[in-house]
Design a protein around this ligand. Sequence first.
Ligand SMILES: NC(=O)CC[C@H](N)C(=O)O
Length: 381
Amino acid sequence: MRSGPMSAGGPTAAVLVLEDGRVFRGRPYGALGETFGEAVFSTGMTGYQETLTDPSYDRQIVVATAPQIGNTGWNDEDDESGRIWVSGYVVRDPARVPSNWRARRSLDEELERQGVVGISGIDTRALTRHLRERGSMRAGIFSGEAIVGEAELLARVQAQPQMKGANLCEEVATKEAYVVPAIGEKRFTVAAIDLGIKGMTPHRMAERGIEVHVLPATATVEDVYAVEPDGVFFSNGPGDPETADHPVAVMRAVLERGTPLFGICFGQQILGRALGFGTYKLKYGHRGINQPVQDRTTGKVEVTAHNHGFAVDAPLDGVSETPFGRVEVSHVCLNDGVVEGLRLLDRPAFSVQYHPEAAAGPHDAAYLFDRFASLMEPAHG
Ligand SMILES: NC(=O)CC[C@H](N)C(=O)O
């Protein structure tokens, strides 16, 4: 259980190199070696286990703005998928002694066990301010023998692919369909397209009597309707939504048939595209569990969990005419006015850009799963 910041790599150095040439020196955290990804920051004070195992973080180096990380160690219950997906982890001050009744090992040990390269002991505040000013950018973490001349490290970072244009859903999604049974009496069947789904999402549906058939990202319209769904769900996921042409085509067929539809995060971006709106990359994105969102249908403000670097480009006010009828922006982020929800007025379909499954995060937005269930009531069908 006891594991200091030096335990994984000994007293060697680690270095974080950003694509614009800025360099931060620190200590190894987790595995030794080298890793690359898009450097992004998350403002969550808690919930690092859920963050690290969220498949939407594939190919991203996550910077924790909370200065101390690892206090509750790593447990056997809070994973959102079968592994850690972040490509690297950046923390300021790792907990020296994790303390929680559920902890099985330290975060440092788990990162090392899964071969995830991290760095600690750097000024994460300066790094976050840099990313906020310049935007998310490609980066590399190098430790131990991977440290060579700075010019060479920078060249390796600059040779990496950009997040814009990255098609990543199929690399993280399940290859085989599986079923998450309803908890208690079964009320509905949902086909959930896995674009990088978090484990809590089908669980939230199961809690509402929904049997969830999780299907691979490559599922066809025939695969979707083979499960005789009362509703269809499109999940969160990594990468650039502009590359996800196949899910967009499947979603259009679902909208055409008028089956109740719900999308979260990447799923909302797919809905935006299916309706004919564009998507665009945010300068530094929204990541954390403390983001204020207004539900414009009720006027209520929710504190919500976010993890998105892209957003839908839809007119905030008024109603847009689309090939699938009238659409309105149902939710908006109060920090920066980014579109956080879409609602169709002529079909039973809606989406949010944030994370009502709340793993980790506040439960303010749980009502959205009830809204999905109510769309599947026979009165709507
Ligand atoms: N959590 C998600 O679904 C993220 C969606 C998309 N990859 C983005 O960064 O915006």
